[in-house]
Design a protein around this ligand. Structure first.
Ligand code: EPU
Length: 420
């Protein structure tokens, strides 16, 4: 028995949807909180499976975790201990690797299993480890676990060969308590990196330059509890924008920072999507003919790889040819095979997908092989003829807060069903 998501296509979306807080900020803010000596209160925590997995990992470290009300999380590390993280909860998500930097920073020692996460092809963590080593950690890898230990952590200059989001955040976490100054060069500029730096600074850290390519961290001896509200999820917002472009009469998407979505907004406009951009909202009106466009994924502020999969669905129904070049995760194309089952005409030649537009999608059984593949299939299901059945629902639940509820409120016919 398993649970699947079913979508009856063809119902126009209409109304307002409120975007939740950023998953990829949240999953770093929670491990970052253990660096404090007192309680951290985070508001706007999305109800996603990744948060539940991180809460279990916190409990394994004897950190007290409370959810006094919806979206309100209190993390109290005052009684925490330096313990190995070896349970299956580590494998449930990629972001468990942020405990490496946080625990190393706090205790100069950490033992943790290899993290999990979406299968997007090879996802090495060599740059994280290079950063930890530069700060003074010795690294051992044995039987699927990393063991990192440092006598002292001393600030250093670290150049990242790739502007990795994970490595930038992890090195910041390890460096906040290091002696002296750490400089991360070619740092990732994603808004989630800024949000983590903001939390650390509220705790009393000295992190400067987040959002630029050079981040400077001056080590401190103490970090205290604080209050933090998470930024809106630009990828969730982008997903609903693409959904609305595909299937809306008129949809207002609220709690958006449009500056975080400039690349997507430009591409949607190039496709002919009618959109109105406000201070913290975007309105999309459907019904206009759409043209194919070429996209190339790039680090922020370029076109986000996490929106490549959802946009592929829209490109498959737009007129003409489109070319999608994936430069971040070159084999992030598993959704194309699933969309093909629904009638999309896509030729994948890694790292490029050529899309022959104008498809009339048909509902069928498909599988969400990863989180954003799931999003691309939900969009396809909303516009397909008949019913689409999506398996692999746990991937979607890892990252989209109340997807079903939000879609139903917009007038979609979406439900969960338990099947053999
Ligand atoms: N890379 C290395 N070595 C490293 C680290 C990264 O070669 O040590 C490579 C990766 O293999 C990839 C590129 O550098 O080719 C960029 O990876 P990055 O480290 O920036 O990605 P990440 O931190 O593992 C986060 C998000 C992803 C998102 C990417 C890119 C989290 C938990 N994950 O991953 O989100 O695609 O940044 O923006 O924040 C998703 O939400 O669906 C998702 C996969």
């Amino acid at each position: 028995m398993k649970e699947v998501l079913k979508i009856e296509g063809g119902h126009k979306l209409n109304g307002t949807v409120r975007i939740s807080s950023a998953k990829n900020a949240t999953v770093a803010l929670i491990p970052a909180s253990i660096l404090a000596e007192g309680p951290i209160t985070i508001v706007g925590v999305p109800e996603i499976a990744d948060v539940a997995s991180l809460a279990l990992l916190l409990k394994e470290l004897n950190v007290e975790v409370h959810f006094p009300s919806k979206g309100h999380m209190i993390i109290d590390p005052s009684k925490m201990e330096s313990l190995p993280l070896a349970s299956d909860n580590v494998n449930k998500l990629r972001a468990s690797y942020y405990f490496m930097g946080a625990l190393l920073g706090k205790y100069k020692e950490v033992k943790i299993k290899m993290p999990g996460g979406c299968d997007l092809g090879p996802r090495p963590i060599d740059l994280h480890l290079k950063g930890f080593e530069a700060l003074g950690a010795k690294i051992n890898y044995e039987k699927g676990s990393y063991y990192l230990k440092a006598d002292r952590l001393i600030g250093n200059k670290i150049y990242l060969d790739i502007a990795s989001v994970g490595a930038t955040i992890n090195i910041m976490l390890a460096a906040v308590y290091a002696e002296g100054r750490t400089i991360i060069e070619n740092a990732a500029k994603e808004p989630e990196v800024i949000d983590v730096a903001t939390l650390l600074n509220k705790m009393g850290a000295h992190v400067r330059g987040a959002g630029t390519g050079i981040i400077t961290i001056d080590g401190v001896e103490h970090l205290h509890g604080c209050f933090h509200e998470i930024i809106p999820d630009r990828i969730e917002a982008g997903t609903y924008m693409i959904m609305a472009a595909a299937a809306a009469k008129e949809v207002r998407i609220e709690n958006v920072i449009p500056q975080h979505l400039e690349a997507l907004i430009s591409k949607l406009q190039e496709m002919g999507v009618e959109l109105e951009v406000g201070v913290d909202y975007v309105i999309i009106r459907g019904g206009k003919p759409l043209q194919g466009v070429d996209i190339k994924t790039l680090p922020y502020p370029g076109f986000a790889t996490d929106l490549q999969q959802p946009l592929t669905t829209l490109l498959s129904i737009a007129e003409g040819r489109s070319k999608v070049t994936e430069t971040i995760y070159v084999s992030r194309f598993k959704h194309c095979e699933q969309l093909g089952k629904m009638g999309a005409d896509i030729e994948v030649n890694i790292p490029v997908a050529h899309i022959h537009g104008g498809a009339h999608l048909q509902g069928t059984s498909v599988e969400a092989t990863d989180l954003r593949c799931g999003a691309s299939l939900v969009i396809a299901g909303l516009i397909a003829e008949g019913v689409t059945e999506i398996d692999g629902l746990f991937h979607i639940d890892r990252g989209y807060d109340d997807l079903q509820g939000k879609l139903v409120a917009l007038g979609a016919k979406v439900w969960r069903e338990t099947v053999e």
